[in-house]
Design a binder for this molecule. Structure first.
Ligand SMILES: *[C@@H]1O[C@H](CO)[C@@H](O)[C@H](O)[C@H]1NC(C)=O
Ligand SMILES: *[C@@H]1O[C@H](CO)[C@@H](O)[C@H](O)[C@H]1NC(C)=O
Ligand SMILES: *[C@@H]1O[C@H](CO)[C@@H](O)[C@H](O)[C@H]1NC(C)=O
Ligand SMILES: *[C@@H]1O[C@H](CO)[C@@H](O)[C@H](O)[C@H]1NC(C)=O
Ligand SMILES: *[C@@H]1O[C@H](CO)[C@@H](O)[C@H](O)[C@H]1NC(C)=O
Length: 284
């Protein structure tokens, strides 16, 4: 009897630790890491994931054919190329035990196509830092006007980097005078069809906008259930000033589970969520 109890206590101890490690909302984010100064600052900070935007353009003061650079549209110049960005992060990770990950947000399929040779070396198995390839590949809520990145080309090229997480989402237009909206069953269905038809077999995450996602719990649960074999997760994001129903968002996070929810929202919103603390029972 005593031995059984000990075994049980040990097992629940391990489980407690695993659960702690799997609280994906503890992952912290830096945004628009699109220039050298800010890249250096974020590498020197505590932040765990560096989100950055890639367009085709030029390094300030240089000509030649357009290359993948770190910039957000409408900008087409930067002091930082994708190649330099990736090698700086990789060098940091070589000499630091706590690795930082990158979320590369491709603003056009042309930028992603031209980025292939720069990504490939870091997608090899000897690298272990989180490497996310992100694009909005489908039109989404509410009245999005941005043109999505070609979905079939994005998934086909993305699948060549099997270590990378594919972060695939919908264009959105929300906030300001648009205060209501949700992800529709059709929009979720289109994503599932694309993943199936393109035989995606690597880890995926779905970036969803907090104010819209909180109104879409049933379809988001469907989406995650249907993609369970891809170890899918959601990445809940929000723009400064987006209207968000906090209680509904909290319910979504807790229903999906913190082990499947990255949280990339302004501090003020994160604080209002009052997420429950880790379960400490195992430590008694
Ligand atoms: C560098 O990037 C940061 C974050 O996007 C931005 O706040 C800052 O103004 C940028 N600096 C330059 C010189 O572009
Ligand atoms: C919402 O605001 C935009 C500009 O900010 C304006 O063009 C549009 O007409 C507004 N829509 C409504 C329904 O008020
Ligand atoms: C996953 O998909 C890639 C590209 O479509 C393919 O080359 C690979 O064999 C697949 N792997 C598995 C385990 O099915
Ligand atoms: C899902 O996670 C399991 C366990 O870590 C791993 O063996 C499997 O390869 C992963 N599959 C995908 C598609 O990420
Ligand atoms: C998960 O992490 C968040 C952010 O660090 C924290 O506020 C929350 O208490 C944690 N919850 C659990 C169950 O680990």
């Amino acid at each position: 009897m005593f031995r059984i109890l000990l075994v049980l206590a040990f097992a629940s101890c391990i489980k407690g630790d695993e659960d702690n490690m799997k609280n994906l909302t503890t992952v912290t984010w830096a945004h628009a890491v699109n220039n050298k100064t800010y890249l250096e600052a974020t590498l020197a900070s505590e932040v765990s994931m560096l989100e950055a935007d890639i367009v085709l353009g030029h390094v300030i003061g240089k000509d030649g054919p357009p290359i993948p650079i770190m910039a957000h549209p409408p900008a087409t110049t930067s002091d930082l190329t994708l190649a330099d960005f990736l090698s700086a992060v990789s060098q940091y990770n070589n000499v630091n035990s706590k690795q930082k990950g990158v979320k590369l947000d491709f603003k056009s399929i042309e930028a992603f196509e031209k980025a292939q040779d720069h990504i490939a070396p870091f997608a090899k198995p000897e690298f272990t830092f989180p490497l996310w390839l992100n694009a909005d590949i489908l039109p989404g809520p509410v009245e999005a006007t941005t043109k999505p990145v070609d979905p079939v080309k994005f998934l086909t090229l993305g699948s060549k980097h099997s270590r990378a997480v594919l972060s695939v989402g919908w264009t959105t237009l929300y906030g300001g005078n648009i205060t209501e909206g949700e992800y529709s069953r059709d929009q979720i269905g289109s994503m599932l069809r694309l993943l199936n038809e393109n035989h995606v077999n690597q880890t995926v995450t779905f970036p969803v906008r907090a104010g819209l996602a909180s109104n879409s719990q049933p379809v988001i649960l469907d989406l995650l259930r249907e993609t369970g074999s891809l170890n899918s997760s959601i990445t809940v994001w929000s723009s400064e000033g987006d209207p968000v129903e906090v209680d509904r968002l909290r319910a979504l996070l807790l229903t999906v589970g913190l082990e499947r929810t990255y949280l990339d929202v302004p501090h003020e919103l994160a604080a209002r969520l009052r997420l429950p603390p880790p379960d400490n029972k195992a430590k008694n």
